[in-house]
Design a protein around this ligand. Sequence first.
Ligand code: SF4
Ligand code: SF4
Length: 85
Amino acid sequence: MKGKTKISIDYARCGESGRVDPRTCGICLRVCGPAVFLLHQPLGAVEENPYKPRQWRVTAVHLSLCTRCMKCVELCPEKAVTVTW
Ligand code: SF4
Ligand code: SF4
């Protein structure tokens, strides 16, 4: 596949300060066959109770595995995912 794939998530729509908590949606995580996305806590997140963290976001980490099927873009209810190359 030619060209490097770029995938970004709009954290104003989905993430610790967005409208959606990715733990309750998770559609991008489920529909992506090659499992490009990772659900994780933001770096440097300060939690009241570190054993029950409240801040989560998804990030595309395995970009080279992306097949550009665009399912994540089409099915994200918040239109928070952008895939370009
Ligand atoms: S475009 Fe397809 S393969 Fe690429 S991250 Fe989205 S769902 Fe996964
Ligand atoms: S599909 Fe969209 S709203 Fe749902 S977890 Fe992924 S980025 Fe967030």
